[in-house]
Design a protein around this ligand. Structure first.
Ligand code: GDP
Ligand code: IMO
Ligand code: MG
Length: 426
């Protein structure tokens, strides 16, 4: 059993929510351990579509304990509306635990996020405006507010009286924006404290207990490796660590417990926001894949940029995360194409290059080299076993597996829970 890491291997939105929901069925615990409500994870069960921003996708399994871990930045307002929606849909919330160590997004964080983006002008990053970057900055500056502070009103107020002037100074002096008042924030957060109290706990004994009993614990990644603050396409990244190390740190789990690291990849590539994207497709084909794949952001509704599968990016993700198992999603989106392409290498100023480099201006000007494979031009949406896939689709999976050095164990051929080819045992 042990800990299963389920991580995004590209620029996010790989279909992690769907895969985590499947893994959660046999798990005692699912932990979301980093990022905030910049994430949007979709799970489709029959006619119902569930969208999660903060709550682990495991919540749909009534006996699975769901933890929001210490590495998350949590906007209480967003969490409460997510809880309300789930309650209306009949989900069982009794098993939700929020770490008292998780940091909170404060009302000034989304405002600063938007203002900072505006000030960057042409160099803007395309953030989700959810305040995630400013909240993590404050965490690192040690002026952040933690969920546990909600249970200590006097401490919360004292800290707010120190921190808020710093924030107001930036708002007023740098951006000519409206300041916040201590009183208004206290009133708002006192209400959140009351409504969230029953979920706030130290999950340490629960998590360590599950590990000691060798129960299955699934770590639900958010964002993707190429959005990692250190390993991604900096500065066009998020402000947390979506890669394996960050996901473990954000849950308080050591690497020795990990029994499998699943990399979730789309059968092509997408990216929301700005920054380098070597295999990006513009024009008709890009438009076609965007429409067929429904590539519009779960959180912001923004159109996602689309491109061919980039095996250089994916191989890098496999390497830096220690991925030993692949989940390939949205294979069905490629069903009608005459040929499919895989980027197998780059050229940078004429020189061969096999992985995404740190230098952003070099990365922006890479020339991708493609391998072309025949398409299958048949629907894969009804396939439930690998043998039911057209031979050309199987050849595509085999080639990806060969290029990435890991087996494709899960294949997703539609958004529905059942539209999956799962491994016989794992
Ligand atoms: P996440 O952030 O990694 O959880 O991914 P998102 O939920 O943001 O985006 C994935 C989108 O693709 C969602 O709308 C899913 O319902 C959908 N999806 C997942 N797997 C498949 C698949 O195999 N085929 C199709 N057509 N859609 C899928
Ligand atoms: P899931 O978990 C896709 C992107 C934003 C932007 C950059 C920085 O659904 O895969 P931020 O608001 O984090 O400061 O924005 O990161 N981004 C995501 N893109 N999926 C996500 O999450 C993302 N979370 C952040 O679009 O380019
Ligand atoms: Mg998403």
């Amino acid at each position: 059993m042990g800990v299963v890491l389920c991580l995004g291997g590209q620029w996010g939105d790989e279909g992690k929510g769907k895969i985590v929901d499947l893994l959660a069925e046999s798990a005692q615990m699912v932990i979301r351990s980093q990022g905030g409500n910049n994430a949007g994870h979709t799970v489709v069960v029959g006619d119902h579509t569930f969208k999660f921003n903060l709550i682990p996708a495991g919540i749909l399994h009534p006996s699975t304990v769901c933890v929001i871990g210490n590495g998350v930045v949590l906007d209480p307002r967003v969490l409460l509306s997510e809880l309300e929606a789930l309650e209306e849909q009949g989900a069982n919330l009794d098993n939700l635990v929020i770490s008292e160590r998780a940091h909170m997004i404060m009302p000034y964080h989304p405002v600063l996020d938007r203002l900072e983006e505006g000030a960057r002008g042409d160099d803007r990053l395309g953030t989700t405006f959810r305040g995630v970057g400013p909240a993590y900055s404050d965490k690192v500056r040690r002026i952040g507010f933690r969920v546990g502070d909600l249970q200590k009103p006097a401490f919360l107020e004292k800290k707010l009286r120190f921190v808020l002037p710093l924030k107001n100074q930036a708002l007023v002096r740098l951006y000519d924006a409206q300041p916040f008042t201590v009183e208004a924030i206290l009133e708002e957060y006192t209400d959140y404290a009351r409504r969230l109290d029953r979920f706030i706990r130290d999950p340490y004994p629960l998590i360590q207990g599950a590990l000691a009993e060798e129960r299955r614990v699934v770590l639900e990644g958010a964002q993707g490796t190429m959005l990692d603050l250190d390993l991604g396409t900096y500065p066009y990244v998020t402000s947390s660590y979506p890669s394996a190390g960050g996901v473990l740190a954000g849950a308080g789990i050591g690497p020795r417990h990990v029994t499998r690291t699943i990399g979730v990849f789309k059968a092509y590539t997408t990216r929301v926001g700005y920054g380098p994207f070597p295999t990006e497709l513009e024009g008709e084909l890009g438009e076609y894949l965007r429409e067929r794949g429904g590539e519009y952001g779960t959180t912001t509704g923004r159109a996602r940029r689309v491109g061919w599968f980039d095996a250089c990016v994916a191989r890098y993700a496999v390497a830096v995360n220690g991925i030993d198992s692949l989940a390939l999603t949205k294979l069905d989106v490629l069903d009608e194409l005459e040929t499919v392409r895989i980027c197998t290498g780059y050229r940078s100023k004429g020189q061969p290059q096999d992985h995404p480099m740190a230098n952003i201006s070099h990365l922006k000007h890479l020339e991708p080299e493609f391998e072309e494979l025949p398409g299958w031009r048949r629907s894969t949406r009804g396939a439930r076993r690998r043998e039911e896939l057209p031979s050309e689709a199987r050849a595509y999976l085999d080639r990806l597996s060969e290029l990435l050095g890991a087996g494709v164990d899960w294949v997703s051929v539609g958004a529905g829970r059942d539209q999956t080819i799962e491994p016989a045992a794992w």
